[in-house]
Design a protein around this ligand. Structure first.
Ligand SMILES: *Cc1c(COP(=O)(O)O)cnc(C)c1O
Length: 343
């Protein structure tokens, strides 16, 4: 029986085209700026996001932390959502690497930080006791499958600019967000000074992320990347599949969103499965089990016994991640297995 992979879009395997590109990529020492394939990937990423320059980094966490270190100085305060990846899933790296104080804020009214959440927390008094607000962090495809609207991003960015505070966007899934908002990714990127996005998730590359920003910012980030141990030598073998991720990977992403919506619809038809289809905006489908004698862990175990994989439930319920690894038939197979459990 085929194993159905709904754990994460990081589980996407490199395509044959990617493996061919890895084998044939022209390479050089990228620390010396001599790898033509890395150079091509960086130029493409900068162009697509409408930024002056880009930097190839080993992971999304690396890109975010390299950005934080580049933007801030020791003791600065960094405003971020309490639910963000940087606060919740990056091992305390901002404290360990950049020596900054995270001002982790729970969004008061929706899934993302609004101007009302951020404005009162920007330090303006000049009081000798207070840390300086060094950076504001945004995330646009959020942990619960929703997307920060572009108007909300504009609002935060103009607030930040009024106070001279830079904005970094953790845009791990920026192309999913752009699809959901029906706009070009560069319009999202225009609401931040720097942007990190992952090649290694739904876009399908085996590894790597891009950090994009102004030429001066990327020049400084390149040195920080070296300090953090991310100067990779013949990295063109990893950049080559990244180029395919940025082209063919982006071009097919809508299939994942279609499959996510299909799954949401099929699940919503099963009695006892609680799901809000309006919140299925990217390639993530969240649901809860609300039926006497049934529970979320029970469902996950039931699916696992049938070779259908998803992570154990968490405070948000069960998450099914859609990627190139699963097709329409797999989505239907998952839905009918869920229906089988709920009988
Ligand atoms: C996955 C992810 C990252 C980090 O990516 P890694 O490559 O796993 O380090 C950062 N932010 C968000 C929102 C993510 O989903």
């Amino acid at each position: 029986m085929k194993r159905l992979e709904f754990r994460s879009d990081t589980m996407t395997m490199p395509t044959q085209a990617m493996r061919d590109a890895m084998r044939d990529a022209p390479v050089g020492d990228d620390v010396c700026g001599e790898d033509p394939t890395v150079g091509r990937l960086e130029a493409m990423a900068a162009e697509i996001l409408g930024k002056e320059a880009a930097l190839f980094v080993p992971s999304g966490t690396f890109g975010n932390q390299c950005a934080i270190r580049t933007h801030t100085k020791l003791g600065d305060e960094v405003i971020a959502s309490e639910l963000s990846h940087i606060v919740d899933h990056e091992v305390g790296a901002a404290a360990a690497i950049s020596g900054v104080q995270m001002r982790a804020v729970r969004p008061a009214s929706c899934d993302w930080l609004t101007v009302d959440d951020i404005a009162p927390r920007i330090r303006v008094s000049g009081d000798i006791h207070e840390p300086d607000t060094g950076l504001i962090l945004l995330e646009n495809a959020l942990a619960l499958g929703t997307v920060m609207p572009i108007a909300a991003m504009h609002g935060v960015y103009s607030l930040a600019r009024r106070h001279g505070v830079p904005v970094h966007l953790d845009g791990a899934r920026i192309f999913n967000a752009a699809l959901a908002l029906c706009i070009a990714a560069r319009r999202i990127a225009a609401c931040a000074d720097s942007v990190q996005f992952c090649l290694s998730k739904g876009l399908g590359a085996p590894a790597g992320s891009m950090l994009c920003g102004s030429a001066d910012f990327i020049r400084r980030a390149r040195k920080i990347r070296k300090m953090m141990g991310g100067g990779m030598r013949q990295a063109g073998v990893l950049a080559a599949p990244g180029i395919i991720a940025l082209t063919a990977g982006v071009a097919r992403l809508h299939e994942d969103h279609d499959n996510a919506r299909l799954l949401a619809r099929l699940l919503s038809e099963i009695p006892g499965v609680s799901i809000d289809p309006a919140r299925v905006q990217i390639n993530m489908v969240f649901c809860r089990i609300e039926k006497e004698g049934k529970n979320e862990q029970g469902l996950v175990d039931f699916l696992k016994a049938r070779n259908i994989l998803t992570y154990d439930p968490s405070w948000w319920g069960i998450r099914f991640a859609i990627s190139r690894e699963v097709n329409v038939n797999d989505v239907r197979a998952l839905a009918s297995a869920v229906a089988g459990y709920m009988e």
